[in-house]
Design a binder for this molecule. Structure first.
Ligand SMILES: *[C@@H]1O[C@H](CO)[C@@H](O)[C@H](O)[C@H]1NC(C)=O
Ligand SMILES: *[C@@H]1O[C@H](CO)[C@@H](O)[C@H](O)[C@H]1NC(C)=O
Length: 255
């Protein structure tokens, strides 16, 4: 069971790595893309940011604090039977912060790996977070010019280069324009897109939050190649009911 989930996680990682190799020849157009670009930030500027660690060690995904016991992430990041820890309150990927054990990981019941639809998941922590200047929650809503925050790669070829939290401002693009780029992919009602040519999330950023001020509007979902094609997010307002319902259901349980 454990090895299956490990495989799953690494399939996700290598799957996108292949994408980058294929798209390498287009890279010249995109030298300045990314959380790849963006800028370093202090955790106080994004205190909602969480790092999801596979086996409690390896940064695998981003997440956002939306409740004292729950982290919002993508379904693909919640879909594992492996031991997970969540780190909050630090801008350094392997330094500082406070760790919490994940006691429950829940992906949306109708999430599809094939289509990427309903890519939303929640992680329940072993105890309530202590909020302060470096640990705080985001609210869930929508906006237009949004901040994307992550510990992910800063260069498609430079594995695990980003050890300090970064943030970039990305423009939301209309769904029909997004579909024109992703002509072989169904952009559903649960999805939204940002222009990757300006700034873009990269590997290790998925599951992380797209925010407007302190309001979460998206979850980094389908990585399409750091700065190559518009990035697809799960639209938080489309899965808001699921998030609320799931937290309510599991909040009062022992685990
Ligand atoms: C929750 O998990 C963290 C990290 O492993 C640990 O330090 C802490 O003691 C745990 N809290 C409880 C109440 O078990
Ligand atoms: C983006 O983040 C910066 C801080 O890094 C903040 O000043 C700005 O207001 C944020 N913009 C949005 C739209 O959230």
């Amino acid at each position: 069971m454990i090895s299956t989930s490990v495989l799953l996680f690494f399939t996700v990682l290598t799957g996108s790595a292949y994408g980058h190799v294929i798209k390498n020849d287009q890279k010249q157009h995109n030298q300045n893309v990314g959380i790849i670009d963006g800028h370093r930030i202090y955790i106080e500027q994004a205190p909602f940011m969480a790092s999801i660690r596979l086996y409690g060690l390896i940064h695998a995904c981003g997440g956002a604090i939306i409740h004292e016991r729950f982290i919002l992430t993508s379904a693909q990041c919640a879909e594992t039977n492996s031991y997970l820890k969540v780190y909050v309150g630090t801008r350094k990927i392997y330094e500082g912060g406070k760790a919490y054990d994940v006691v429950k990981n829940i992906k949306h019941e109708i999430y599809s790996v094939q289509t990427g639809d309903y890519d939303v998941g929640l992680l329940k922590l072993n105890e309530s977070l202590t909020f302060g200047p470096t640990v705080a929650k985001v609210l869930l809503n929508e906006g237009t010019m949004l901040n994307v925050t992550g510990f992910g790669f800063t260069d498609p070829d430079n594995v695990f280069s980003n050890i300090v939290l970064r943030q970039a401002t990305v423009p939301v693009i209309p769904k029909d324009l997004c579909m024109r780029y992703h002509y072989n992919f169904q952009v559903t009602q649960r999805m939204m897109c940002t222009n990757a040519m300006v700034n873009d999330p990269c590997m290790g950023d998925e599951g992380g939050p797209l925010t407007w001020n302190n309001i979460q509007v998206g979850i980094i979902s389908v990585r399409t190649g750091c700065g190559q094609l518009p990035t697809i997010y799960t639209d938080v307002k489309a899965v808001n009911q699921w998030i609320k319902k799931t937290i309510e259901k599991h909040d009062t349980e022992e685990k």
